[in-house]
Design a protein around this ligand. Structure first.
Ligand SMILES: Nc1ncnc2c1ncn2[C@@H]1O[C@H](COP(=O)(O)OP(=O)(O)OP(=O)(O)O)[C@@H](O)[C@H]1O
Length: 330
């Protein structure tokens, strides 16, 4: 178990991390999610040992990590840019770290060949990095990180260099791999879809503080505050006074009313609110509809499977099931 307790770190005036505490279980796939500048990389660098906190403690299975130099920690960090050696074969790239540790050649060969199988690179073991696709290069980097059998693998935006389709495939791969090798993974990402599809649990960070720690489904269904409600997935967020004025919540309510676009019904039947269709966008498998509602500063967004069933300018009714309205502390 990785325990981070009361960790703070400032750079001049900037408080990059402000009293961060997290408990990450052995074998867990954990994601640190947040917008640019929220402190994700700083926290990863502290865990890896490339940065020291101003205060707080970090322990792995009960023993202090902060006093241990980076190369002596049972931790591996996989960077955004994979930095493979261009003149070495895939096999040599993967075995490089083991060779440097002075392991016997036969053992290196055995471990490298095992890992080549795990990441599905057996067929390209003798190629150089420039003869590989982006997804294959990413696998080499992963193989190089896991061949050393760290207890903890830290991944900084591991899939950001890949295009959309390869990325989706690698997300599945990464999850399978983590399951198979049983190493604790901590991944840093600003991409909420990626965090949701990979992680067992997600910590949402904003401006150096942890806003919520929860499994993806809970984070999506029960955001702890306005920031999480707006950052994780898209959401319609109505201020309390507006929701009270429109009769959507009882008088005296102080919480924000949030409704996911997929739960908003748009049509000419019964509905709580009346509005005008401002915009429709067809995405292929689904459509997004924006409805301007009198008395609301922001349009209500709705998503629908298939093509849009309304047109710009239509007068429509907007509604949602009572259980789909989630109240979030303001
Ligand atoms: N070495 C440094 N010197 C000064 N400021 C720094 C340093 N490292 C980070 N910061 C500042 O600390 C804050 C957190 O940075 P950090 O890199 O941890 O954010 P991040 O969430 O990883 O962002 P990104 O997704 O853009 O990488 C930012 O305001 C950043 O400018």
């Amino acid at each position: 178990m990785l325990s981070i307790t009361g960790v703070s770190r400032s750079f001049g005036e900037v408080r990059a991390l402000d009293d961060v505490s997290l408990e990450i279980a052995s074998g867990e796939f954990f994601a640190l999610l947040g917008p640019s500048g929220c402190g994700k990389t700083t926290l990863l660098r502290i865990i890896a040992g490339f940065e020291a906190p101003d205060s707080g403690t970090v322990t792995l299975d009960g023993s202090d990590l902060l006093g241990v130099p980076p190369n002596k920690r049972p931790i591996n960090l996989m960077f955004q840019s994979y930095a493979l050696f261009p003149h070495l074969s895939v096999e040599k790239n993967i075995g490089y770290g083991l060779a440097r540790e002075g392991l016997p050649k036969a053992e290196i060969r055995r471990r490298v060949s095992e890992v080549l199988d795990t990441v599905g690179l057996g067929a390209v073991a003798n190629r150089r990095p420039h003869q590989l696709s982006g997804g294959q290069r990413q696998r080499v980097a992963l193989a190089r990180a896991i061949v050393k059998r760290p207890r903890l693998l830290l991944l900084d935006e591991p899939l950001s260099a890949l295009d959309r389709q390869v990325r989706a495939e690698m997300q599945i791969e990464l999850k399978r791999l983590q399951h198979e090798v049983g190493i604790t993974f901590v991944v840093v990402t600003h991409d909420q879809e990626e965090a949701m599809s990979l992680a067992d649990r997600i910590a949402v960070l904003e401006a150096g503080t942890v806003r919520q720690v929860a499994p993806p489904v809970e984070l999506y269904a029960r955001p702890a505050d306005r920031f999480v409600a707006g950052f994780v997935g898209s959401n319609n967020i109505l201020p309390a006074e507006t929701a009270v004025r429109l009769g959507l919540v009882p008088a005296g309510t102080t919480s924000l009313l949030t409704v996911r676009p997929e739960n908003v019904r748009v049509g000419d039947g019964a509905g709580t609110l009346t509005g005008t269709v401002l915009d429709t966008v067809f995405h292929g498998g689904s459509s997004r509809i924006a409805v301007g509602v009198d008395g609301l500063a922001e349009p209500i967004l709705a998503t629908r499977p298939g093509a849009p069933t309304v047109s710009v300018g239509d007068e429509v009714r907007v509604s949602w099931a009572p259980e789909d309205a989630v109240l979030v502390p303001a």
